[in-house]
Ligand binder design. Structure first.
Ligand SMILES: [Zn+2]
Ligand SMILES: [Zn+2]
Length: 390
């Protein structure tokens, strides 16, 4: 009897569940029906592409890197753009999204992490949206509740979402293709199909980026770096880096890492729309990388081997940290000297330039040597370890 009267531990959120399950079905049927009846041209593809970029980047650059992590600052026109097209992604208001996301970072992999991977791939991907267990508090977002744009967005989230995400692409279709069928074309491709793609792109960060890939910077939680996921998520696949250095505006920190969100933020900084772009120093990144590379092997190592190599390993990380700091200093010195070169004679500047570049090259080669030393050290440790266990 008591069992019968007990409340179920979880209940289905009917609205969210039917939305998440219904939209992919509607998108497939809509896209098929439209193509059969009206064909498809570059205009429909263009609307889909532009809406995908606008709403996708509003989530990654806006909701995520700007609002949740404060990795840079942005002036109000861009914040308004993120508020409008973020709503078009139908992932809740920025204030609620960031409250969940900040909790995800604070409590990663625990019961309090709203989309913990510990409850399985499906839960982290979309189950957590469809099933409500207890009322989630809006917390850790006082700074966002002080932004009038975000308060306005939170208050009218469904109206803004319906307009920007559904009606607006329809209107573009009406304008560019013409007629009611043009309106439907914009709505289906730029609204529905785009919505499903952006949804699952974002969901994959919570599921796939805690499931597939390498742990290059930290083993403290389940986050992983997956360059392949980055292709589908505007660069958010470098999730292990992101969990380790949350305040960095980049997720892929190397220039060749596919991270369109970081390029978008950087481009706006040239016209002063984004400012204070926060970058973790290279020495800190390299240090984390070395430590993590050691941690991956640590568990399988014999205690004696660990003790024997401890000092040498520490020495390596210390050296690399100092060398990278020195490299940064030398680069700044060179940049400053370049700025002031007009006061020097042509010949003097030529000589100075050669000297400074030589010094930079020297530090770089020292860095390469320490990196190599580190790799050799790790290999030696493994060898020694195998010899002992054999
Ligand atoms: Zn984050
Ligand atoms: Zn995560």
């Amino acid at each position: 009897m008591s069992d019968m009267s007990e409340k179920p531990e979880w209940k289905l959120d009917i609205l969210n569940a039917s939305f998440l399950c219904g939209t992919p079905i509607l998108a497939v049927i809509g896209a098929y029906w439209y193509t059969v009846n009206f064909g498809i041209s570059l205009i429909e593809i263009g609307i889909l592409f532009l809406m995908y970029i606008a709403s996708g980047l509003s989530i990654t650059a806006g909701y995520h890197r700007l609002f949740s992590h404060r990795s840079h600052s942005a002036s109000w026109p861009l914040r308004l753009f993120y508020a409008v097209f973020g709503a078009a992604a139908f992932q809740n208001s920025a204030i609620k999204w960031c409250s969940d996301h900040r909790r995800h970072h604070l409590k990663t992999d625990t019961e309090e992490d709203p989309y913990t991977i510990m409850r399985g791939f499906f839960w982290a991907h979309m189950g957590w949206v469809m099933i409500s267990e207890k009322e989630q508090q809006i917390e850790h977002v006082k700074d966002l509740q002080a932004d009038p744009i975000l308060v306005w967005q939170d208050k009218h989230i469904f109206k803004i979402g319906a307009f920007a995400g559904i009606i607006f692409p329809g209107l573009i279709g009406l304008l560019l293709i013409g007629g009611f069928s043009g309106f439907l074309g914009g709505l289906i491709w730029g609204g529905l199909v785009r919505l499903v793609i952006v949804h699952h792109g974002t969901f994959l960060i919570n599921s796939g980026a805690h499931y597939w890939g390498k742990q290059n910077y930290s083993t403290k939680n389940t986050s992983r770096d997956s360059p392949i996921l980055s292709l589908l998520t505007f660069g958010e696949g470098y999730h292990n880096f992101h969990h380790t250095f949350q305040s960095d505006y980049r997720n892929g920190h190397r220039w060749y890492h596919w991270d369109p969100t970081k390029w978008w933020i950087k481009i706006f900084s040239f016209i002063k729309i984004t400012k204070n772009l926060n970058k973790v120093p290279n020495w800190s990144i390299e240090n984390a990388k070395m430590k993590t590379s050691y941690e991956h092997k640590e568990n399988s190592l014999n205690q004696n081997v660990k003790e024997q190599y401890n000092e040498r390993l520490k020495n390596c990380t210390r050296q690399i940290r100092n060398l990278l700091k020195e490299l940064k200093k030398k680069r700044i010195e060179y940049k400053d000297a370049k700025k002031n070169r007009k006061i020097l004679l042509k010949e003097t500047w030529r000589q100075k330039r050669i000297d400074m570049k030589m010094k930079i090259r020297e530090v770089k080669s020292n860095i390469a040597i320490v990196r190599l030393e580190f790799r050799i050290l790790i290999k030696e440790m493994k060898k020694q370890n195998n010899a002992i266990s054999a």
